[in-house]
Design a binder for this molecule. Structure first.
Ligand code: SF4
Length: 364
């Protein structure tokens, strides 16, 4: 008997699904955490972080009772820290208002911080086995090609197609979790943005773009907004005992594009043609060592250049001293991690086994 597209895709999924940690034991809490982590972040970057996070905070209650500092530390390296803050706030609401259980209805889920239509749909369909649609970037692309939709982001049609897909599939006795995940998996591994492997696609017979030979035209590529360039002078100040100075900017202090509330190296904006800026209250209390090294980092709409400058402490400074290892394990942004690693490598190159520079001897 001829298979429906849903049957063909679910069958393909059962044979080809990647073994991902969040697919084993998909409880509501575990699905929720994975979906938040996977927003704007690659699967490979999430895998290990997810396992470690779940080990540290195995339930919504455990997450709710942890201080935010610990949550940010466990999130370190994933970026977009707002997600971690919202997840933590939502876990507190789940603990206080839902007895520690992730709610199983859409309205209650959507009322939680950081949970939108997609995440709610993922939790409801994958963990609670409800007939709920989801649309992420992968599904958007698959439907754009299958149904010749040039601008899927602006189209309400994609959500309608996703609804129809899961409803029809459920009527055929297929699991909503598999119906939704198989679409996402197809987009992630076969119907990829570039060079889709149509020859291996179980839906090729139903795909309008494949049949018309127009796959490359769908979805239409949006003109990329040019990223704004920013440059910062970053001071890596050593204390002479192998430690580096870190500071924490208050929440709401938007003096830097790097996320506030995390540990960071002292830094200040440094325009291309401007003289070296003062960094907070450090000038006069530190001495510069050597030349800065440029580290590039991309954050949202910004291309950021960090001019990492080694320095040694010679006076009173505000902040906390970290060993290089502790600094890299603290709640820090990816840009700070890059700056620390660069500085550590540079110091090792210049000074042999000494990792951080000691204070300069003062001649009397
Ligand atoms: S046939 Fe090609 S373009 Fe169409 S859904 Fe499959 S992989 Fe995507």
């Amino acid at each position: 008997m001829k298979q429906t597209p849903q049957q063909a895709l679910c069958r393909w999924f059962e044979r080809n699904a990647r073994d991902l940690p969040w697919r084993r034991l998909p409880t509501p809490y575990r699905v929720w955490v994975s979906e938040i982590m996977l927003q704007q972040t690659r699967v490979e970057a999430v895998r290990d972080k997810y396992v470690a996070f779940l080990k540290r905070f195995p339930t919504a209650r455990a997450l709710a009772s942890a201080p935010i500092e610990q949550v940010l530390q466990a999130w370190s390296g994933l970026g977009y820290y707002r997600r971690a803050r919202m997840l933590h706030a939502a876990a507190r609401q789940v603990a206080d208002g839902h007895g520690g259980r992730v709610p199983r209805d859409r309205a209650a889920l959507l009322a939680l911080p950081g949970i939108g239509r997609y995440t709610a749909g993922a939790i409801l369909s994958i963990a609670f086995k409800q007939v709920e649609p989801i649309v992420d970037g992968n599904i958007e692309r698959v439907f754009a090609r299958m149904h010749h939709i040039a601008q899927p982001k602006q189209s309400t049609k994609v959500w309608k197609l996703a609804e129809l897909w899961v409803r029809e599939g459920a009527q055929q006795g297929l699991a909503p979790a598999n119906l939704n995940q198989s679409l996402m998996e197809l987009g992630a591994t076969v119907c990829t943005p570039r060079n889709p492997r149509c020859y291996a696609c179980p839906c090729a017979a139903k795909c309008a773009a494949f049949k018309a030979g127009s796959v490359a035209r769908y979805p239409a590529t949006a003109l990329r907004k040019k990223k704004q360039r920013l440059r910062y002078l970053v001071l890596a100040v050593g204390d002479g005992a192998g430690r580096v100075l870190m500071q924490r900017r208050d929440q709401g202090d938007n003096s830097s594009v790097l996320p506030a509330g995390l540990w960071e190296l002292p830094h200040a904006a440094w325009g291309e043609d401007q003289p070296q800026p003062r960094v907070g209250a450090l000038s006069g209390n530190v001495e510069i060592v050597g030349e800065p090294v440029i580290v590039r980092h991309s954050i949202m709409d910004f291309d950021v250049q960090l001019a990492v400058q080694a320095a040694v402490v010679v006076g009173k400074v505000r902040g906390k001293w970290f060993t290089p290892q502790a600094a890299e394990n603290a709640a820090i942004a990816s840009a700070t991690r890059k700056a620390l690693v660069t500085y550590r490598r540079l110091s090792a190159l210049q000074r042999g086994p000494t990792i951080l520079p000691g204070p300069k001897r003062r001649h009397r």
